[in-house]
Design a protein. Structure first.
Length: 137
């Protein structure tokens, strides 16, 4: 049985309003279903593009962990690196690190500095009190 890596149902749910509009228009129209086919193919394309992005992210994450496989990291660091890969919302600061990993601000800063020394994280161009960090890709 072939494997499918895209989800039409998820994309149809996302475009639910358009789906019902084109379905109603097609049902009330004549025998021409061109509009429905166009909508369906656009929906399929959107599902495939989303899947392509997801697969690309998975491959980048795998390459990242392969590159840093010999770098020792503690549980907090592993958790935060995975969180950054899996769609961290906003900018990573030491205070957010401390809150998410439930550690002190000093420990968070030490974790971050350790990963910077190891080449895993770097400071973004913004500095000062709004210092934030990103993965080195």
């Amino acid at each position: 049985m072939p494997h499918r890596f895209y989800s039409m149902s998820a994309e149809i749910r996302k475009q639910r309003k358009g789906y019902y509009e084109i379905l109603e228009k097609t049902q009330k129209g004549g025998v021409d279903v061109t509009g429905w086919f166009e909508w369906f193919l656009d929906c399929l394309e959107a599902a495939l593009v989303k899947t392509e992005k997801s697969i690309s992210t998975v491959l980048q994450k795998a390459a990242f962990w392969d590159r840093y496989r010999l770098v020792s990291m503690n549980e907090r660091q592993i958790k935060m690196v995975n969180l950054l890969w899996d769609g961290f919302d906003g900018k990573l600061t030491s205070s957010k690190w401390a809150k998410i990993t439930k550690c002190s601000a000093d420990t968070a800063l030490r974790d971050i500095q350790d990963l910077m020394t190891k080449g895993v994280l770097r400071k973004t161009d913004e500095g000062g009190r709004s210092t934030n960090y990103e993965l080195v890709m």
